[in-house]
Write a protein that binds this ligand. Structure first.
Ligand code: F6P
Length: 341
């Protein structure tokens, strides 16, 4: 079997672990050939690809990023790109394509599959917002980075009696903010799923100071929005990939709190630090399992599906189910987090 593999969309710790696992299972387990496309679907469209042997994936398990490179496809070009990708993959004799990517990549994968190309998807995103899988690899790493940041910010906040506003990634879903906020013991967590009122945060900080606690840390997802009319705020513009370019809610909130509280507040934007570097052991294991199961699915002819974690098992789920809606933080998870502020 000739397997094509590519990584598309924003990178994520664990991508290399999937590539390595696909190559090992395909070559050693089945005697397949694996072709890696460079820079996501762009490499497929431009004919930039290379054969991946065991040497090519040696030593990459713990390496962040992706040895294949990645890119995003513009929404407007998606259908046309899928049509060309299908033809080009066929010309190269690809029996099955394994795209590793987030919502946009899985949507393109579904289009390719609907157009008749055998596809087995592997979901990835640090945001953990893909439906039909309990977890995506990369998330655990990102939560670890953000938790460490909160721990560190607490000591400097306390020394200076400041309010720290830590902005983490998560444009549509607040999983990173929720879990790093809980793990780091943040005193306020703001998520895209529940508009926040700065007045509540002011109250929380004042109550803490009244109790003798002279600092506070608020963890906010980049996609969080204030409740209508609660503070001045304008949404960011939508870019060519269909994503909102965020207007820096962490910085805006810190400025607002400083003004209302008359205390020093500082924003800290963690940004792409959360996506870089080595994956945690959990992410390496999940990514490796996804790669193994993707190859097995390819050999069973289980196409048009993606690998998914269900409890502790890896199952194959239809791509159609994965791309219909994002997995957002449910109310009860937000309530649990709030109970320990
Ligand atoms: O979807 C993953 C993600 O890291 C989001 O959390 C974030 O909003 C976005 O990608 C950033 O994208 P870019 O790397 O294009 O700035």
């Amino acid at each position: 079997m000739r397997i094509g593999v590519l990584t598309a969309g924003g990178d994520c710790p664990g991508l290399n672990a999937v590539i390595r696992s696909v190559v090992h299972r395909a070559l050693v387990g089945h005697g397949d050939e694996v072709i890696g496309f460079e820079d996501g679907f762009k490499g497929l469209l431009d004919g930039r690809h290379r054969k991946l042997d065991l040497d090519a994936v040696s030593g990459i398990l713990a390496r962040g990023g992706t040895i294949l490179g990645s890119s995003r496809l513009e929404r407007a070009r998606l259908r046309e790109a899928c049509e060309s990708s299908k033809e080009l993959a066929r010309d190269l004799g690809i029996d099955v394509l394994i795209p590793i990517g987030g919502e946009g990549t899985l949507t393109a994968s579904k289009m390719l599959s609907d157009a008749g190309l055998p596809v087995v998807g592997v979901p990835k995103t640090i945001d953990n917002d893909i439906s039909s899988t309990d977890r995506t690899f990369g998330f655990d790493t990102a939560v670890g980075v953000a938790t460490e940041a909160i721990d560190r910010l607490k000591t400097t906040a306390e020394s200076h009696q400041r309010v720290m506003v830590v902005e983490v990634m998560g444009r549509h879903a607040g999983w990173i903010a929720l879990e790093s906020g809980m793990a780091g013991g943040a005193h306020g967590i703001c998520l895209p799923e529940r508009p926040f009122d700065p007045a509540d945060l002011v109250k929380m900080v004042e109550e803490r100071f009244a109790r003798g606690k002279k600092f506070a840390v608020i963890c906010i997802a980049e996609g969080a929005h204030p409740a209508e009319g609660s503070m001045d705020y304008a949404k960011g513009a939508i870019d060519q990939f269909g994503h909102e370019r965020f207007a820096g809610i962490g910085t805006k909130l810190a400025t607002e709190l400083e003004r209302r509280l008359g205390k020093e507040a500082r924003p800290v934007i963690l940004g792409h630090v959360q996506r870089g570097g080595t994956p945690t052991a959990y992410d390496r294991v999940l990514a490796t399992r996804f790669g193994w199961h993707a190859v097995e699915a390819a050999h069973r002819g289980d196409f048009g599906k993606m690998t998914a974690l269900k409890g502790t098992d890896i199952q194959m789920v239809p791509l159609a189910d994965a791309v219909t809606e994002l997995k957002r933080v449910p109310e009860d998870r937000m309530d649990e987090a709030e109970s320990v502020f």
